[in-house]
Ligand binder design. Structure first.
Ligand code: TPP
Length: 298
């Protein structure tokens, strides 16, 4: 399927109450345009559960479950096994969670599902913070970023810690399919969702999701920032399929400072902080580059 072949509407229907410029809403639309109607969706507490999942105003024209914060992978595991017991093998069982619900609260159930190779598709829309509850830092917030729990005052200069890299954690599980994606590269996005749809087993895709209030950016800037994120190396597009890791988009490693300066959450950063961010981005790229030369389970 290419962009022209995608149906205009999928079973995620228009009219959610997401913030202006929210890319998570855009991700949900595009995801369901590709996956289609034979999908069962589960979303834990998050922006998405609020802007699209409050009964009776659901935007999901599919069976939909809302569960507790830590349970996404466990819930979809149960649904997937129940379908298997009924002999139904043509339904995508989809869990969608934010970065907090994935990398912090939901990490243990995600790890268990990956290790047991449960037949689920898990999407993390990574907006790099606990945004729904008022912009708190998560374990996946970038180093240096402002948030309400990583303030910029009294000698504090934003988030002090490196973010967790969940794809790399899942590679250590020898997970069946792991990828990162961005709607800024829509062909890559479509290809990965279609690939994940056809595979049986554990599939994880993490998608960068610009959050206009959380990143403190103008509401029209989402698509541009998403594009700059992959070009600067801030968001690396990778894919781990059949135990082979590929980097799908070569970053230019240029314009990082300009990219960061467009975002209020980074505007306080000192030259030393830019350097730390730059070094981290190059370090991460090198780690993936070295992993991409391995093919150790073949
Ligand atoms: C056990 C538990 N702790 C805290 C909350 C409150 N809570 C609801 S949504 C949320 C933030 C979710 O962050 P994330 O998963 O990153 O998704 P986002 O809001 O950014 O879309 C929190 C802390 C909760 N619902 N359950």
């Amino acid at each position: 399927m290419n962009l022209q072949e995608m149906p205009d509407e999928g079973p995620y229907v228009s009219g959610d109450s997401a913030c202006a410029g929210c890319m998570a809403s855009n991700i949900a639309h595009n995801l369901l345009r590709i996956l289609g109607k034979k999908t069962i969706v589960s979303v834990p507490p998050s922006c998405m559960s609020v802007f699209a999942g409050t009964f009776p105003n659901l935007n999901w024209n599919t069976p939909y479950f809302h569960m507790q914060f830590a349970n996404t992978a466990a819930t979809v595991t149960g649904i997937s096994r129940a379908l298997r017991a009924q002999g139904k093998d043509d339904i995508v069982v989809l869990g969608i969670a934010g970065d907090g619900g994935t990398g912090d609260m939901g990490l243990q159930s995600l790890s268990g599902a990956a290790q047991r190779d449960e037949n689920i598709l898990y999407i993390c829309y990574n907006n790099q913070g606990y945004e729904n509850t008022g912009i708190q830092a998560s374990g996946m917030t970038p180093i240096g970023a402002w948030s309400n729990t990583t303030p910029v005052r009294n000698h504090s200069t934003g988030n002090e810690y490196y973010p967790k890299d969940i794809p790399r954690i899942l590679l250590a599980h020898e997970a069946t399919y792991v990828a990162t994606a961005s709607t800024a590269d829509i062909s890559d996005f479509i290809r990965k969702i279609e690939r994940a749809k056809e595979i049986v087993g554990f599939r994880y895709i993490e998608i960068l999701s610009v959050c206009t209030p959380g990143w403190d950016v103008k509401t029209h800037l989402g698509p541009q920032l998403a594009r700059e994120a992959i070009d600067t190396g801030f968001w690396l597009l990778i894919e781990y399929d059949k135990h082979i890791l590929t980097i799908n988009h070569e970053p230019k490693f240029k314009g990082l400072k300009e990219f960061l300066r467009k975002q209020g959450r980074f505007k306080h950063m000192t030259p030393d902080q830019y350097k730390i961010m730059e070094e981290y981005i190059r370090h991460k790229y090198k780690v993936y580059q070295s992993l991409s030369s391995l093919n150790y389970l073949q």
